[in-house]
Design a protein around this ligand. Structure first.
Ligand code: FMN
Length: 200
């Protein structure tokens, strides 16, 4: 006999099944496609619904979309890259010139710890990681191609400042790339439970 819980979940894809099957699609392999406004709103709302000790909201999100992707690609990413790598090949320069344009929407997650007597920066940074994960899963649950990337420019000061972050205090936890699926990703190797989990 089915319990009332079983009845509720019958015929629905369970969240646990989604978690066990979802996969990221690399920015390299996605097409920008189009993320609808309604979906983006849902993804952002879900992304902010994360564990956050003390409800300190120690994160900021910056949505990069439309023409701003090209602007930041050229004025920040490529310009910084060129300064540091003047001898890069034409092929590499092309990659650096259009990083953000691989997706339709890139959400930058800034970890922005606040002063607190008891709650540590570490916990606030973990909460920023939870925002990244939740944004990623929310986008994937709506069948978009999505990936969490840092690449080199997450550690670049000009990029942090462009996104409104304060060097020395704030850090970029990641860029959540969201685009269209054009390939089905093959499963990658996953850790064996026994090598990671122990029971006391
Ligand atoms: C904090 C963080 C930063 C990451 N940065 C990169 C990166 O710069 N380049 C990259 O290829 N993968 C990066 N990844 C890994 C991919 O996002 C992801 O783990 C991989 O594509 C497999 O994801 P899946 O388990 O969701 O399928 C990063 C992951 C995390 C958690």
């Amino acid at each position: 006999m089915l319990s009332s819980f079983d009845h509720k979940r019958k015929g629905k894809q369970l969240f646990i099944d989604f978690l066990k099957q979802r996969r990221s699609i690399t920015a390299k392999k996605m097409a920008p496609g189009k993320v609808t406004k309604k979906h983006l709103q849902k993804i952002l709302e879900a992304g902010l619904r994360v564990p956050d000790h003390g409800a300190l909201k120690p994160w900021r999100l910056v949505v990069i979309t439309g023409a701003k992707r090209k602007l930041i690609d050229e004025d920040v990413i490529f310009s910084e890259f060129k300064n540091k790598n003047p001898d890069a090949s034409a092929e590499i320069r092309l990659i650096e010139k259009s990083r953000l344009q691989r997706a339709d929407v890139v959400i930058a997650v800034i970890s922005s710890p606040v002063e607190h007597k008891k709650i540590t920066n570490w916990e606030m940074q973990l909460s920023a990681g939870a925002v990244c994960t939740t944004l990623l899963y929310a986008a994937q649950s709506l069948d978009y191609a999505a990936q969490w990337l840092t690449e080199w420019y997450a550690y670049n000061e000009k990029m942090l400042k462009t996104l409104g972050g304060a060097p020395g205090k704030d850090q970029i936890a990641g860029f959540i790339y969201i685009g269209e699926k054009v390939t089905i990703p093959i499963e990658r190797t996953r850790p064996e439970l026994e090598t990671i989990v122990s029971y006391l």
